[in-house]
Structures are given as structure tokens and as C-alpha cells.
Ligand binder design. Sequence first.
Ligand SMILES: Cc1ncc(C[n+]2csc(CCOP(=O)(O)OP(=O)(O)O)c2C)c(N)n1
Ligand code: SF4
Ligand SMILES: [Mg+2]
Length: 301
Amino acid sequence: MTNLIDLPGEEYMLPGNRACAGCGLALAYRYILKALDGRAIMCVPASCLTVLGGMYPVSSVRMPWLNVTFPSTAATASGVVAGLKALGRKDVTVVAMAGDGGTVDIGIQALSGAAERNTDLLYICYDNEAYMNTGVQRSSATPKGVKTTTTPVGGKREHKKDMAGIMEAHHLAYIATASPAFPDDLYDKVRKARDMRGTRYIHVYAPCPPGWLFHTKDTVNVGRISVETGAVVLYEIEDGAFRLTGLSKEIADFDELKPLTTYLECQGRFRDLDAATIEELETRVARRWDRYVARDEEADA
Ligand SMILES: Cc1ncc(C[n+]2csc(CCOP(=O)(O)OP(=O)(O)O)c2C)c(N)n1
Ligand code: SF4
Ligand SMILES: [Mg+2]
């Protein structure tokens, strides 16, 4: 695994951008761009990432960048792939990057189509678990029980959609989950995906202080606790072979998960959960963890 001090010093995110203080997406994006060596074309729909990028004629990112319509991210990226192929260019990675709303809800059909055709692109979903840019509306990636502006009473009623699992059903060459709280793990995964061909998918969990209701200084801490408690599990699936990575692998081999309540209590968005919902979430996380550990052990055997 790449050591943090060995990450490239080159910066593609310039000082000063429009993301909130403590933005998990901004942290993740900095490492993603380092892993791409700046040699990529970004296709980005409306989201906090658009805001972070800035408004023409100024930009806070040194990258070729297309702002695209919401449902078309993977379709537009597919067009860029075809254009580069026609030009004989093989030295640039085409990256489609969108939020959870732009991926799990609105962009899923174009993404599924590109994945079925195995189009040569890297799709990164950064998941802050709601439509944050427009004021914290629930998406199908918002966990059950979370209070948002569209689920103000009793929280969201439905469970979170498993987007990485849906992508696994497309039998891609590479699928991974990651968190900006673990930059080395994130960097290595983007690097690996960059060097593979066909459709690659990375799901990055991006803590969001104003949407999740925690202090701006706690972004990395919240990301870390999410993995320590199993709310987020770090893994990769390479040509169908599943393995846990980073802290998730360490916990599986040598430790055990911390209580999920540690995670639920460090953010205001879960504050009104009732006992039954907490128990339901705990059971769900524990069962999922057991399934992942069993898959990891199978791969080790
Ligand atoms: C067709 C269309 N519908 C709605 C909007 C308004 N809009 C802009 S950003 C956004 C939220 C996107 O949510 P997500 O993809 O999760 O990204 P985040 O804002 O959380 O970074 C919405 C609804 C839009 N720009 N275009
Ligand atoms: S609302 Fe959340 S995701 Fe959007 S810029 Fe602010 S911290 Fe980042
Ligand atoms: Mg979002």
C-alpha cells in the first residue's frame, strides 16, 4: 500500500474553492486527482462537485472538465471515450464523477448502460448520502432514520440502496468502496482502477458537516468511525475476487467492530432514531459485515 508521505506532491486542486469547510468530498477529490496524475477528463453533473469546481471563467481545479446534465453523466463520458478513441488517444482516463443523487437515483440508467457495454471509463460516485447542494433532500442512498429536509418527521423510512452491490451485478473488472478518512487506501484504489480497462466503479463515502450535522473539524474522525463500526466497509472486487482492504481487513483479522451507536451518536442527523430503528440498523450492519468477512475468508482460503 502507498504510504501517505509518498503521495505525489503535485496539486490539481488549487487553494481556495467553494466547498464548505471540512468537506469530505473536497478531501477525497484532492487524493483522487493525485492518483490520476492530472491526466483525466472529468464529466460532472450538477452537485457540490460542480460548485467546488467553480463557475466559468474561474476554476479551482486544474483539470479538463465537462459540466453535464444530470442523467447523462455516464452517457456523456461514453461519448468522450469514443472521441478519444477516434483521435487515437490512449493516455487520458475518462472519469465520470457524480454524487449519490446523480448516481444512485438519477444517473443509474446511463451508468448501467455504459457498464453493460463495458465502456472504458472510471465512474466515481461520492456518496454524502443526500442531495446536499440543494439543501439536504433524501436520496435512495440516505440511510434509514436520517432526518433530511424532505424527511423531517421520523426520518427516512427506507433503507439505503447498495450501489456497489448493484454494480457488482454488472460483472465489472473493478469495483471498490473508499473513504477520504483513509487516503492511502483511496489513492491506491483509484490508481489501480486508472490502469485497468473497461468500466471501473468506485464508491467513495464522503462525510458532510452541514448535512450530517457534525463539526467541521471532525470529518476524518467521522469517516474513521464509520469504518470502525461497520457502517462503511472498505473492500475491492477485482475480476470477481472480493477482498476487504485497509482498516476493514484489520478489524476482520484481528479485532471486532465497535458498536454502531458510536457512529450514530457522532452526528446530529440520526438524533431522533427510536430504539426499534437503531436495533434494525445494528442487525443489518452486523449481518452485512458477516457476509463480507465470509467472502474475504473464502478469498484467503
Ligand atoms: C435536472 C436537474 N434537476 C435538479 C437540479 C438541481 N440540483 C442541483 S445539484 C442537486 C443535488 C445533487 O445531489 P447529489 O448528486 O447527491 O450531489 P451533492 O449535491 O450531494 O453533492 C440538485 C437536485 C438540476 N441542477 N438539474
Ligand atoms: S454541503 Fe457537504 S458535500 Fe456539499 S460542499 Fe458542503 S460539506 Fe461538501
Ligand atoms: Mg449527495
